[in-house]
Write a protein that binds this ligand. Structure first.
Ligand SMILES: [Fe+2]
Ligand SMILES: [Fe+2]
Length: 182
C-alpha cells in the first residue's frame, strides 16, 4: 500500500524534531537500556560488515585471490545474514508493531524501515548467489574465479552499503524515541 504523502510529511517532521532534541552525538553518553541494546546489536553488524568489506578490499588490491576470498568470506557472510534475518524478524513482528501502537504518527517511518528489510533481503540473495558461484568456480578449474570474484565483490559491497544506510536510518528514527521513553 502506498504511503499517504501528508502522513509521510508529518512523520518525517516528527522524526526530525526528535532527532534534533537527541542528536546522534549525544546517544552514547547516557543511553537507556533499550537504546544501548539497539546500538550494540547494530554495532555488531557494522563490525561484521566492515570485516567483509576489508576482505573485498584485499581482493581488489590483489592481496587475496578469488578462491581465498570465497573460502574466508563464506562463513562470515552466511553468519551475518543469519543474524540479520533474526534481527529483522524481531523488528518486523515485535518492535515495529509496538512502536507503531505507541507512536502512530511515525507509522510511515516504520513502513520505510520494513521496506528496507525487504530490499536488503534482495541484496542478501544476490550476494549469497554470487558467493555460491564463486565457491563453485574456485572448486572447479579456478579459471573463472577472478571474474566471478569481482561479481561477488560488487554484490557484497552493495549489501554492506545498503545495510550501513539502513542501520543509520533506523537509529535516527528509533534511538531518539527510546531516549524519550526513559
Ligand atoms: Fe532493521
Ligand atoms: Fe535494526
Amino acid at each position: 500500500m502506498d504511503a499517504d504523502p501528508e502522513q509521510a510529511v508529518v512523520s518525517a517532521r516528527e522524526a526530525r524534531a526528535r532527532l534534533e532534541r537527541h542528536p546522534r552525538s549525544s546517544w552514547r553518553h547516557d543511553p537507556t537500556h533499550g537504546a544501548r541494546f539497539w546500538l550494540e546489536i547494530h554495532d555488531g553488524f557494522r563490525r561484521e560488515s566492515d570485516g567483509l568489506v576489508a576482505l573485498l578490499d584485499e581482493h581488489r588490491s590483489g592481496r587475496r585471490a578469488a578462491g581465498e576470498l570465497a573460502v574466508i568470506s563464506a562463513p562470515r557472510l552466511t553468519g551475518m545474514v543469519a543474524r540479520l534475518r533474526n534481527h529483522h524478524e524481531i523488528e518486523d513482528f515485535e518492535y515495529f508493531p509496538a512502536f507503531r501502537a505507541l507512536e502512530p504518527k511515525l507509522a510511515p517511518g516504520f513502513d520505510a524501515l520494513a521496506s528496507d528489510h525487504a530490499q536488503l533481503q534482495h541484496h542478501v540473495d544476490d550476494a549469497l548467489g554470487a558467493l555460491a558461484e564463486l565457491l563453485a568456480a574456485a572448486a572447479n578449474d579456478g579459471a573463472a574465479a577472478p571474474r566471478v570474484g569481482d561479481s561477488y565483490a560488487s554484490r557484497a559491497d552493495d549489501l554492506c552499503r545498503a545495510l550501513a544506510r539502513h542501520l543509520d536510518d533506523e537509529e535516527d528514527l528509533i534511538i531518539p524515541l527510546l531516549l524519550e521513553r526513559r
